[in-house]
Design a protein around this ligand. Structure first.
Ligand SMILES: [Zn+2]
Length: 144
């Protein structure tokens, strides 16, 4: 079957197409990671193949903490794609000095609040054309 690239809502994540593919491999293993410039040592979010600060193009991978706090959030009640249960909570999560846009899974919208502690829980989405599982960054409210 031909891979219909134009209809894929997600970025091309395979090593053949994307030098940042390591992000997805680590996410599948339950780790949220990003790039750190090997010249000025700044971390970026989202991961970048070159440094936005010093323009170097060498980087290494670093893990961000598995917990963060909700900086802002919104609730989507309608217009969700088929197969997605609503309502769905989307949040900007402060984690490791960065602000990460992500889904908050299994959340009661009425119980979500700014400053709430959340824990990384990557969300499995449709497999890639080769059948490899894919994940998006997501969190759950941390009960602890
Ligand atoms: Zn740099």
């Amino acid at each position: 079957m031909t891979y219909l690239r134009a209809t894929d809502p997600f970025p091309l994540e395979a090593a053949d197409h994307n030098k940042l593919h390591e992000f997805y491999a680590r996410l599948a293993a339950g780790r949220l990671s990003t790039t750190r410039c090997t010249v000025c040592e700044r971390t970026a979010w989202p991961p970048r193949g070159f440094c936005g600060e010093c323009a170097a193009d060498t980087f290494e991978w670093v893990d961000l903490p598995p917990v963060g706090t909700i900086h802002a959030f919104t609730v989507q009640d309608t217009g969700l794609p088929a197969g997605f249960d609503g309502p769905r909570v989307f949040a900007i999560v402060k984690v490791g000095g960065h602000r990460v846009f992500a889904v908050v899974r299994d959340a009661d919208p009425a119980a979500v609040s700014i400053g709430q502690r959340v824990r990384l829980a990557p969300l499995r989405v449709a497999d890639d054309p080769k059948g490899t599982p894919r994940y998006l960054p997501a969190f759950v409210v941390d009960a602890a």
